[in-house]
Design a protein around this ligand. Sequence first.
Ligand code: FO1
Length: 311
Amino acid sequence: MSVLALSGGVGGAKLALGLYRVLPPDALRIAVNTGDDFDHLGLRICPDLDTALYTLGDLEHREQGWGRRDETWTMMRVTEALGGETWFRLGDADTALHLHRTQRLRAGERLTSVIAGIASRFGIRAAILPMTDDPVATRVTTDAGDLAFQEYFVRRRCEPRLRAIRFDGADRAHATPEVLAAFADPGLEAIVLCPSNPYLSVDPLLAVPSLRAALVARRVPAIAVSPLIGTNAVKGPTAKIMAELGIESSPAAIAAHYAGLIDALVVDDVDRDAAATLPVTTFATATLMKTLADRTRLASFVLERARELRR
Ligand code: FO1
């Protein structure tokens, strides 16, 4: 049996870890957003893939959600002294991974293969799959101009008012054979859209035509977990982004955003009443994930609902 999760960012990785812990080790495949990837200090940085690697490899910085917890910062300190860019914080151990990945990519290896090699070195049995090996770059149109994703998200801390989001290259990108095989796996039992920011972290995946087509043609239930709790996003700027895009921060907006792509939506208990009126099957439970137990419990809840939907 297998489960395919679609994930990006810190919120998605939390549920991915819960799924990883409650499923047989080889059962989980995670298609991960690569729209946040960029070249920086001569290195290829893949933030959402690395957050998934560190989280499932039990290396992640627990409070931040990104980067490693056992970090030192000599490289950043010397970069600063040399007048280099330090707005994007790269720890020494994290930088070793970027160096390693950049070398292998430069040698012509596919990103999918590089990530699989690193996951194996981290002892991770789940398949962490870039959504595509083709270039896709999330860019945002803001009142401070057209910005690359990390420039907006990290350097400017999401302060500029967001007008539009686009994913350069997505329309020409191909889902990897490994991602398409995960959708086609006869043993597939469920597809889980993790509680990542739908607009920044899930939409890039859905913008890859063959990935979206595979989700539309699904033969098993697809369940999305809302990243919102009430009108405030749990983590990150989701509510601010929705307001600036003119979208109400509600379960209804999330359901509408995923219309046709999901068979059920999981919302938090505080949204139980709002959920009763949605056009998609909706389940309510506690969706705030602070502890590992929160993550595994939510993962089990989602998988049980998917099994019910299959009967
Ligand atoms: N996020 C920040 O807010 N500040 C940082 O300095 C930062 C550095 C960083 C380094 C490696 C990495 O894998 C992620 C990093 N992130 C940082 C998080 C990253 O920008 C976001 O996790 C995703 O791009 C958004 O989902």
